[in-house]
Design a protein around this ligand. Structure first.
Ligand code: TYM
Length: 338
């Protein structure tokens, strides 16, 4: 069986980018018999950006309900909240001690923060927590604790997976004798067709750009947001470049091959932006509406979600996390926890 693992940071409300880039492919592959799937809510990661406890809790609930509404069967996969599995935090330390600081210096998220500081004329590291700097190590711990082979993610996360491989290799080298590889080297899996979903302004859809379309916003709001997508000002009848259009990219992420081909033709034939947006709205809503209903009913029963998460983490710890960590502690020379 191939082990597939992915997580979503519990720092906000799930949006179409999370759905297309992570949740939808993950749920589809969880149904395959040759896959052992691990899906989790990255709430330790959320603390890097969010210092509002109520928001972290709310987001955790929303993202859990989203996975379940999208068809995840919690008894068929490992479904858990990261902070319910403290073995991850402990492995984080073991990996911190082998991770190269120079490697972390090159992390995109950290570098972007440094660049911002420079532009503002501040010290390089002003306002940057050590947590942000160490983010890729915690993510490596998520992946390596369970020896995941494949990590389905959006393009923005590829560098983190490469770093996880780097730390894994280094650990294997330091602590693994011949034939004793502690860590599998994980691979990123990118859905080519939907690698990066654009947001309302054409940049990557992201909480940090404030350009997201919430996955389960009510139908009228969905429509309003879709109509607010920024386009060029080509008039109806003028040919439009599908590949340069965020409306088209969003459409493509929700349509099958033949629908996509007809839309491409419609762009070439000069479809009006209003008409293209209407088609996009109807296409997205057709897919999302039944899930939205399930989501709303789950959100009305938070204790059920909580029970599912706790149960998932308890099983995971007993079955995999605790024994695995015991082996890793021994490998580095720490005594067993009795
Ligand atoms: P996060 O919470 O930013 O995003 C969750 C997943 O959604 C994908 N994604 C997108 N895909 C396509 N288009 C977009 N506009 C878009 N926006 C987000 C992300 O690529 C990601 O797959 N560090 C991770 C969470 C994490 C994790 C892990 C993932 C923690 N540990 C271990 C995999 C394995 C993150 O912040 O994702």
């Amino acid at each position: 069986q191939t082990r597939v693992l992915t997580g979503i940071t519990t720092s906000g409300t799930p949006h179409l980018g999370n759905y297309v880039g992570a949740i939808r492919p993950a749920v589809a592959s969880s149904l395959r018999a040759d896959v052992e799937a691990f899906y989790f809510l990255a709430d330790y990661h959320a603390l890097i950006k969010v210092q509002d406890p109520a928001r972290v809790q709310r987001s955790t609930l929303e993202i859990a309900a989203t996975w379940l509404a999208c068809g995840l069967a919690p008894e068929q996969v490992w479904f858990y909240r990261q902070s319910d599995v403290p073995e991850i935090a402990e492995l984080n330390w073991l990996l911190t001690c082998v991770a190269g600081k120079g490697v972390l210096n090159r992390a995109h998220a950290y570098k972007a923060s440094v660049d911002k500081n420079r532009e503002a004329g501040e010290d390089d590291d002003a306002g940057i927590s050590a947590g942000l700097f160490m983010y890729p190590v915690l993510m490596a711990a998520d992946i390596l604790l369970f020896n995941a082979h494949k990590v389905p993610v959006g393009r923005d996360q590829i560098q983190h997976i490469e770093m996880a491989r780097d730390f894994a290799q280094r650990f294997n080298h330091l602590y693994g004798g011949a034939g004793n590889e502690h860590f599998v080297l994980p691979e990123a899996v990118i859905e080519e067709q939907v690698a990066t979903l654009p947001g309302l302004d054409g940049r990557k859809m992201s909480k940090s750009y404030d350009n997201t379309i919430p996955l389960f916003c009510p139908r009228p709001e969905l429509k309003k947001l879709i109509y607010s997508i920024v386009t060029d000002s080509l008039a109806p009848g003028q040919a439009k470049d599908a590949d340069a259009s965020n409306v088209f990219q969003l459409y493509q992420a929700f349509a099958d091959a033949s629908e996509t081909a007809s839309m491409r033709q419609a762009f070439a034939d000069g479809i009006a932006w209003g008409e293209a947006k209407e088609a996009l709205f109807e296409r997205i809503d057709a897919e999302i509406a039944p899930l939205r209903e399930k989501y709303e009913s789950l959100m009305a029963r938070p204790e059920e979600i909580e029970a599912i998460l706790r149960d998932g983490a308890a099983r995971l710890r007993d079955t995999l996390a605790a024994p695995r960590l015991a082996g890793l502690r021994e490998a580095v020379g720490l005594r067993p926890l009795s």
